[in-house]
Design a protein around this ligand. Structure first.
Ligand code: SAM
Length: 229
């Protein structure tokens, strides 16, 4: 059984997809989908030896060796042209790292056959949205969910031309998420406000010159308050 977070990411994978799950760790996602015959091919990519070994074990234990392959390597380097990967999932990493992986991969033409990206950054969603929009991906869906007291965002993107320009608020909050303004969305940004409030208190106690930092934090707090009020 997949976690709610991974099950939500999985719900965006089309039946019969040729999937690369990058940073797969135990390879739960591709193994589960292969068992349910929802993918026709899967790569579980890992850069660290320990998780790579776990992925191999899980593939064997799930008896999906015919469909899923564990590969050791950095980011999208595990993808070969002949794999004809059409879907990539990158879940459970920082948004900065996900953007770096996509950037390296796109420079090495690893995204050429890819029709859909399903990304679950643990933070820095703004930077990831910026990378996507700047590289001609359309964010076709976004979702926000809560599991074990943690709030996660999932972004789904496809290659295409963005008809509208993105505002700073669209990058920060997500254009789709801010239109929906769900209870979890409001909860997330209230928590962020608390974090900024704490930073302000720390800055007030500092004996260095913190005026620039303080006004930056206050600006962010104003933007957030306006969004959720
Ligand atoms: N994707 C799984 C999930 O969401 O439950 C596992 C997430 S785990 C927190 C992050 C995994 O990404 C780790 O196993 C780590 O080794 C792997 N990772 C980190 N940087 C990577 C990179 N550049 N290329 C491939 N895997 C990477």
């Amino acid at each position: 059984q997949l976690s709610k977070r991974l099950a939500t990411a999985a719900s965006y994978i089309n039946k019969g997809a040729r999937l690369a799950d990058i940073g797969s760790d135990h390879a739960y996602l591709p193994c589960h989908l292969a068992q349910k015959s929802r993918i026709s091919f899967g790569i579980a990519g890992e850069v660290v030896m320990g998780p790579f070994a776990s992925a191999k074990k899980q593939i064997q234990a799930s008896q999906v060796e015919e469909v899923v392959e564990a590969r050791l390597g950095d980011g999208l380097q595990v993808i070969e042209k002949t794999d004809q990967i059409d879907t990539i999932t990158i879940c459970g990493m920082g948004g900065d790292l996900i953007a770096r992986i996509l950037d390296d991969g796109s420079k090495k033409n690893k995204l050429d056959s890819v029709k859909r990206l399903i990304l679950q950054p643990n933070n820095a969603e703004l930077k990831l949205r910026r990378w996507l929009i700047n590289h001609d991906y359309v964010i076709i869906d976004e979702t926000i969910l809560e599991e074990n007291d943690k709030i996660y965002e999932i972004l789904v993107a496809e290659p295409g031309v963005n008809p509208l320009s993105y505002s700073f608020e669209d990058y920060l909050f997500g254009r789709i998420l801010r239109t929906e303004k769900s209870t979890i969305f409001v909860k997330k940004w209230k928590k962020e406000l608390d974090k900024y409030d704490y930073i302000l208190q720390r800055l007030a106690e500092s004996n260095r010159d913190t005026r620039d930092k303080k006004s930056e934090v206050e600006r962010m707090m104003m933007i957030i308050k306006e969004e959720i009020s």
